[in-house]
Design a protein around this ligand. Structure first.
Ligand SMILES: [Zn+2]
Length: 407
């Protein structure tokens, strides 16, 4: 058993105050003590320190009925900036946030299909960070860190995070290190589905008392499991690779090298192929940017009641419904939330079909109490989630920047 030092206790109190203000602020110091579960003296002490450091700020006063008005304290949005990055296979989206995680600027850059080497992508991201900060007039010193959501498997067991993305030829790429070298900023890399899950946990409708599966359906397919508001990581942080669970034994080849994975049937390339095979208009050749054009045309046709498009959605829903029923039987979540650019675009028409298919396969008790709905955070949520992970680290460390410096 390790003994908690005075310093540990102090940092834990600071963290507890920061999380309380994130959820409920701005509130009075008296309320901070009650909600954070610390004594009034501790609350006064911790709030005093954090105000002095600028992490917290005064945020107006409560109307008083006679006595001295109580001042309200909240997170100081201007304390620092955070860069959240959604590194997709066709584009990289960079967003700048304040400490309250309000977005203040954004930049989107296309990813060239011809050069997906890690160094080239790291150069592109570093260039995007520079453009983002220049455009917003934010000095680099003010940036607490950058968080990146990536499409591959992120392994975090040996102290260095390594990205495995066989579809683009990445095998054990130390992306965080490459980015830290190029930007001079603390850099953290996570799987895109986990970033989406984190955004859902902080800003979505997931209750803290709930078990929620957040499913990302884009070019790749992944999931993250929120247990009481925290993302489940697994032994080396790769939990949630739902897209690479086997759906069809010896089925279609998957980008991971295996056959029959769920992703090979419900990822954007598979849906686009199905639409073209049904005689649908793809707009551009399939693959890469062409998938986006094909999915958009499929969505428009389905909305107009095109029978071929609806047939493609019905077939896609059979596969996705099987994948969802596996999650329901395995995890017994309160909610399954579907996001990602494909999930959000096709969701309104696709989800009722998926519910029908999943309902026909899943065990009755876990399915009956399940809510299946669309992620309400929109397609930007991966960048928001990646930034949220930085703020989460900062708060967990009691609001000390030094804790972010050494990833
Ligand atoms: Zn696979």
């Amino acid at each position: 058993m390790t003994r908690r030092t005075t310093r540990d206790v102090r940092l834990a109190n600071r963290a507890s105050v920061l999380y309380t203000l994130r959820r409920e602020g701005p509130i009075s110091r008296q309320d901070i003590a009650v909600r954070a579960g610390v004594s009034a003296a501790t609350a006064a002490n911790v709030v005093g320190q954090l105000l002095e450091e600028g992490v917290l700020g005064e945020a107006g006063q409560l109307p008083s009925n006679g006595g001295r008005p109580a001042s309200l304290t909240g997170i100081n949005p201007r304390y620092g900036a955070i860069v959240g990055i959604d590194l997709g296979e066709t584009a990289v989206r960079l967003e700048l946030f304040d400490l309250a995680l309000q977005r203040t600027a954004e930049v989107e850059l296309p990813v060239g299909a011809d050069d997906q080497r890690a160094e080239a992508i790291a150069d592109l991201v570093a260039d995007g960070v520079q453009r983002l900060l220049d455009g917003a007039g934010v000095e680099r010193e003010r940036v607490l860190g950058l968080g990146v959501g990536v499409p591959g498997i992120v392994e975090d067991s040996s102290g260095t995070t390594l990205v495995h993305a066989p579809s683009i030829g990445w095998e054990g790429v130390p992306l965080a290190t490459l980015l830290a070298e190029r930007t001079g900023l603390p850099s953290f890399v996570s799987n895109g589905a986990k970033a989406l899950g984190t955004a859902e946990a902080w800003f979505g409708a997931a209750g803290e008392d709930q078990d929620v599966m957040v499913c990302l359906i884009g070019t790749g397919v992944g999931a993250s499991f929120l247990q009481h508001g925290a993302v489940y990581r697994g032994a080396s942080a790769s939990a949630g690779e739902w897209g690479h669970t086997t759906l069809v034994l010896d089925g279609d080849p998957c980008r991971c090298g295996a056959h029959g994975c769920l992703e090979a049937y419900v990822g954007a390339p598979a849906i686009a192929r199905r639409w073209l095979a049904a005689g649908g208009d793809g707009g551009e050749p399939a693959g890469g940017h062409g998938d986006e054009a094909a999915i958009e045309r499929l969505a428009v046709a389905a909305e107009a009641g095109d029978e071929r498009a609806l047939g493609v959605l019905r077939e896609t829903a059979r596969y996705l419904g099987a994948g969802v029923s596996d999650l329901v039987n395995l995890i017994n979540p309160d909610r399954v939330v579907v996001g990602g650019w494909v999930g959000l675009r096709l969701g309104p028409l696709l989800l009722p079909l998926v519910a029908e298919q999943a309902g026909g396969r899943a065990l009755r008790p876990p399915f009956e109490q399940l809510t299946l709905d669309l992620c309400r955070l929109g397609p930007d949520a991966v960048a928001l989630g990646a930034a949220t992970m930085i703020v989460d680290r900062f708060f967990a460390a009691g609001g000390q920047r030094a804790a972010l410096a050494a990833p």
